[in-house]
Ligand binder design. Sequence first.
Ligand code: UDP
Length: 484
Amino acid sequence: MGRTKSRKPHAMMIPYPLQGHVIPFVHLAIKLASHGFTITFVNTDSIHHHISTARQGDAGDIFSEARNSGNLDIRYTTVSDGFPLEFDRSLNHDQFFEGIIHVFPAHVDDLITKISRQGDDPPVTCLINDTFYVWSSMICEKHNLVNVSFWTEPALVLNLYYHMHLLISNGHFKSLDNREDVIDYIPGVNAIEPKDLMSYLQVSDKDVDTTTVVYRIIFKAFTDVKKADFVLCNTVQELEPDSLSALQANQPVYAIGPVISSESVVPTSLWTESDCTEWLKGRPTGSVLYVSFGSYAHVGKKEIVEIAHGLLLSGLSFIWVLRPDIVSSDVPDFLPTGFMDQAEGRGIVVQWCCQKAVISNPVIGGFLTHCGWNSILESVWCGLPLLCYPLLTDQFTNRKLVVDDWQIGINLCDKKMVTRDEVSVNIKRLMNQETSSELRSNVEKVKCHIKDAVTSVGSSDTNFNSFVGEVRDKIETKLCHIMG
Ligand code: UDP
């Protein structure tokens, strides 16, 4: 028993194979390792291949530099998601996610079995899995692992999915056409309008098929999370106290965000990063708008054209991140003819960049975003107000937090189809110091909350330390039980 007590906790961490999940998982891995955990970090072969291609060579062990500089015990391995590397996961979305539900867990199971057979020291005793994996509890039960679910988005979104049964029983699910009344029965949510729900919940009964893979993931993942021993949330207690309390009434949930690091030595980008430093040099403070729709959402060609014209009309400077697959991986040309020439000198388009480095440059004065949660946290961290253009599911709910609750951003457009005039008017409103002064002072307040949270006496750091203590105890109990 004495020997068991001295064993280090060893957690396997598996992010969802998407950019916005891999990044916070990497930061969490480093944080846990610096608190005495041994970590085995698992990327899919495909994610590893993308990271390597982005760096124009095999990325190798992505943690090697972090491990050496911080003396951290982080091991890195990859696993097949069940598809060949060449398979276009973005174009074949549904087929890919069927694999993530049905095939991927078999590979994870096999990996854990192999690692435990090879007698790793210390043995893997904990799995920190992305909340979207529907098979976490199955794998944890089979391998007798402490089950930790990492939710990389705001607590409000988790809370709404968590209480989906209430939306169903109150008739707010699948009722886009006939219900506009406010939802006021979700614990910890004062009131939310149906239009602010995640888009998958805002559907019409007559044209939605809830047997598709996305719905099966949603139904299963948020049932499975209820079996987790611990839930970690990349948010801040002071920003979402009510949703967090509602969740905490059911199981241990820790707000430990923002899991962010300004200086990361771990390569995570899935596309080659352009260096924007030279271009930004010498420009006036706060004069450049940063535009990005994240790593995953697609934007229609028509919308891209309107945004492009709006940027030109505004007369302002900008950096626009446009992934090669932003419209679709089989539509490579989407910008209006002559756009690059007209933007010459005051705007650049890059396929990807180191976002945190770019937006922390004082020349950047605002962020036009799809409301991805990491982008929101990073924007606030850098004191930037947001112009919101939600595109996908949870981003509609994130928008509510930004625009309605915290009032640190404005909407890009009212209706679904954005127009060039709206783009131009709202960009100017965001970037003008006078018209955006209230937004900017609100951003400063929220920024204080999130920066305070990660100081040594802040809520996130305190929550993180409590989690570390609790999970260590749970692991010890499991080990004592196994070893007798
Ligand atoms: N990001 C980046 N370079 C870019 C665009 C985005 O490094 O050119 C990073 C960004 O810093 C963030 C992540 O990619 O950490 C995107 O996550 P988010 O939650 O904002 O959106 P998602 O991609 O999940 O839709």
